[in-house]
Write a protein that binds this ligand. Structure first.
Ligand SMILES: Cc1cc2nc3c(=O)[nH]c(=O)nc-3n(C[C@H](O)[C@H](O)[C@H](O)COP(=O)(O)OP(=O)(O)OC[C@H]3O[C@@H](n4cnc5c(N)ncnc54)[C@H](O)[C@@H]3O)c2cc1C
Length: 293
């Protein structure tokens, strides 16, 4: 009886589980460290998910539910609240790593200044917003990627106005239409070629000082994008890494440098759309079955 363990219950891991069961693998277990499966889409409450894999356009939470529902119907096991730190925890013939990415928080970006309340990442803003919590009133967004523009909408949803976006790069890194529908429409200036030189505030953020000397009054700073693969497990088990992505190096069949260990999704792409990660999940299932045979 073949047993496959999947680490990470986001679109990539869930899709791999569904496909493995469809291909006849007897025991498929998804290990997810959170108490809910679904990965990032669970907190991303806007349309844009499912186009290429489920052939429907859905909001993130609905997309996550659709995948979880399919996993359950397929007969794969979901082990929630179960972080995987080592392969010794897993009783499996092959392992698929699908641990995704996370945003670099302020500490990892070495931004100088005080340590007051009011400093977030997009991920934490999304979670607070879904829980109906208030975030602040005037936010400076650090970064100008797709996710940074999405943060404007999430903040607005909680009643927090974005007063500026700041990127050290010479231009934003999203589509013109995304910028138009978010920053331009809400009159949020995108300040390029500057960084935050200092965050100032005693209890709560009071202002930020930019590298060109300008000061912006705000009570909230949101660090967005600047993704880093969730690669602790991959490094812990000694996989060869891809220095450009900082995730495990894989070949065309998602095989890592260790026999029987595969890696898919944002862990190996850093920033790809959810449906692309889901399609990785489908593709790797066939490779895993072939390798077992
Ligand atoms: C704000 C925002 C908006 C987005 N909008 C869109 C959009 O409109 N359309 C779109 O297609 N994509 C969008 N994306 C991108 C999409 O969410 C990601 O591409 C997708 O979630 C990646 O899937 P994944 O399975 O690789 O990783 P993830 O979704 O990150 O899932 C990884 C899972 O692994 C778990 N995990 C990590 N380490 C361990 C461990 N050691 N043990 C157990 N579990 C572990 C995590 O808890 C997580 O649940 C958006 C992303 C963000 C942040």
């Amino acid at each position: 009886m073949s047993k496959i363990a999947i680490v990470g219950g986001g679109p990539a891991g869930l899709s791999a589980a569904i496909e493995l069961r469809r291909l006849g693998v007897e025991r498929v277990t998804v290990y997810e460290r959170e108490r809910h499966a679904g990965g990032i889409p669970r907190h991303t409450n806007h349309l844009g998910f499912g186009g290429r894999d489920l052939h429907r356009m859905m909001a993130g939470p609905r997309y996550a539910h659709a995948l979880i529902d399919r996993v359950e119907r397929a007969g794969a096991e979901l082990r929630l609240g179960t972080p995987v730190f080592s392969l010794d925890q897993l009783d499996a013939d092959a392992v698929i790593l699908a641990t995704g990415v996370r945003e670099r928080p302020r500490a990892a970006r070495l931004v100088p200044g005080d340590r007051p309340a009011g400093i977030f990442t997009t991920g934490s803003v999304q979670q607070l917003s879904m829980a109906g919590r208030r975030i602040g009133t005037r936010a400076v967004i650090v970064g100008a990627e797709h996710v940074s523009f999405s943060a404007i909408l999430t903040l607005a949803h909680t009643g927090c106005r974005s007063v500026a976006m700041v990127t050290h790069l010479p231009r934003h890194q999203s589509y013109g239409v995304v910028k138009l529908a978010t920053a331009s429409w809400r009159r949020v200036p995108v300040l390029t070629g500057v960084e935050i030189a200092e965050i100032v505030g005693r209890r709560r953020v009071e202002r930020v000082v930019l590298s060109d000397g300008r000061t912006i009054a705000c009570d909230t700073v949101v660090f967005t994008g600047d993704w880093i693969p969730d690669n602790e497990l991959a490094r812990h088990i000694g996989l060869r890494m891809n220095p450009a992505i900082k995730g495990p190096a894989v070949d065309h069949a998602f095989r890592t440098s260790r026999d029987g260990v595969f890696a898919i999704g944002n862990l190996v792409h850093r920033v790809a759309a959810a449906d692309r990660c889901a399609l990785d999940g489908r593709a790797v299932a066939a490779e895993v079955v072939r390798s077992l045979a």
